[in-house]
Design a protein around this ligand. Structure first.
Ligand code: ATP
Length: 348
């Protein structure tokens, strides 16, 4: 199992890195601008699974959604397309694990799709396949009309995974700024954007703190701020709100929806929370226990989310639908959750 496969960052500070918070940027005397610190640069690839869409150096300023790395325009198509995808870990060995089998799934542009299922059913693996952090053993994975490999090179998505994956020798603000530095934004622009993102996640007062001075939930919010900082056309999120208190979680859910709606961002979102999946999603993909297969896709039609949505009959109906699917209740040929209540004139 490689580091890239696990997404773990076992040693975030590379050889020669300063771990006692020495100045973390190299100043370019010609520009008077801080440029990407060498230590951070050296670990970009290793922290990619959890650094929220870090931009590889050399692709600065390229519009990920509009063209490929070669500048070739990309035809609009699904954000993600999986066909017959399988993943077997350690094939042929005694510890062989079939994590996924026969997965077909399309995420439309601008669509919000959640994955839910029992622990170990392959949700994270599915996300890692899309992010090109592990290769499939069967089937095809396409992201924004490209191979997953090409999409990664083209910066076609941002990632926020379970582990915050912050660089502990950088301040909170400079963690959020990292992908912007790699994209070549001026100091002023990236500082402004970092401030905006930290305000969004309620951490403006902690911009100058270091990650180990924050709680786990706060670190997670910094990682979310960093993932959103580059306005990626596709977000891959693996339980990003799992460590948050309920009120913060609900607020960030609303913010995430607002951002996705405003930017037309597509999202593939892993969660263990049925209400969260229903609230956020256009469709909830329910997976079986290992080997993970899609057992049902529950469409959600709640309309614009408001204060009342979480109390609405349609919301509870959606929760019931997903719960039944998780329990293995035979799929019914019913309209999307929400549509039946609306048709019946049920109170919202
Ligand atoms: N790198 C790996 N090497 C070997 N087995 C792996 C690897 N990554 C995942 N697995 C196995 O694949 C299966 C699916 O794991 P995965 O983490 O995708 O599940 P999950 O649905 O995200 O679980 P959870 O909800 O508990 O986070 C598990 O049995 C896991 O042990």
């Amino acid at each position: 199992m490689t580091e890239m496969e696990t997404g773990a960052v076992t040693d975030p500070a590379p050889a020669g890195a300063v771990t006692d918070r020495a100045p973390d940027a190299v100043t370019d005397p010609a520009e008077g601008e801080a440029v990407v610190d060498r230590a951070a640069e050296a670990v970009i690839d290793r922290v990619m699974p959890s650094t929220g869409g870090v931009i590889p150096k050399g692709r600065a300023g390229r519009a990920a959604s509009a063209s490929t790395a070669s500048g070739r325009p990309v035809e609009p198509g699904p954000a993600v397309e999986l066909a017959g995808v399988a993943k077997v870990f350690n094939a042929g060995r005694p510890d062989e694990v079939t994590a996924l089998d026969g997965v077909d799934l399309t995420v439309g542009r601008g669509e919000f799709v959640s994955l839910i299922g029992p622990s170990g059913c392959g949700k994270s693996t599915l996300l890692r396949l899309v992010a090109d952090l592990v290769p499939p053993t069967g089937g095809t994975v396409r992201v924004a009309d490209r191979s997953a490999r090409q999409a990664r090179r083209d910066l076609a998505y941002g990632i926020a995974f379970q582990q915050a994956g912050l660089l502990d020798w950088r301040t909170v603000a400079r963690n959020v700024e990292l992908p912007l530095e790699l994209r070549g934004l001026s100091r002023r622009d990236r500082q402004g954007k970092a401030r905006e993102m930290l305000e969004l996640v309620g951490l403006a007062d902690f911009a100058g703190h270091y990650p180990d001075q924050l709680s786990g939930g706060m670190q997670q919010r910094v990682a979310i701020a960093r993932a959103l900082a580059v306005d990626p056309p596709l977000l891959l999120m693996d339980e990003p709100f799992g460590a948050l208190d309920e009120m913060t979680r609900e607020r960030l859910q609303d913010e995430l929806l607002r951002i996705c709606a405003r930017k037309g961002t597509s999202a593939l979102f892993v969660t263990h929370s049925i209400p969260e999946a229903v609230y956020l999603s256009d469709r909830v993909v329910v997976m079986s226990a290992r080997p993970g297969r899609i057992v049902e896709i529950v469409g959600v039609e709640l309309g614009e989310r408001t204060e009342a949505t979480r109390q609405s009959a349609a919301f509870f109906a959606g929760i019931t639908r997903v719960r039944e699917a998780l329990r293995g209740t035979p799929a019914r040929s019913a309209p999307p959750a929400g549509a039946d209540q609306a048709a019946a004139g049920a109170p919202a």
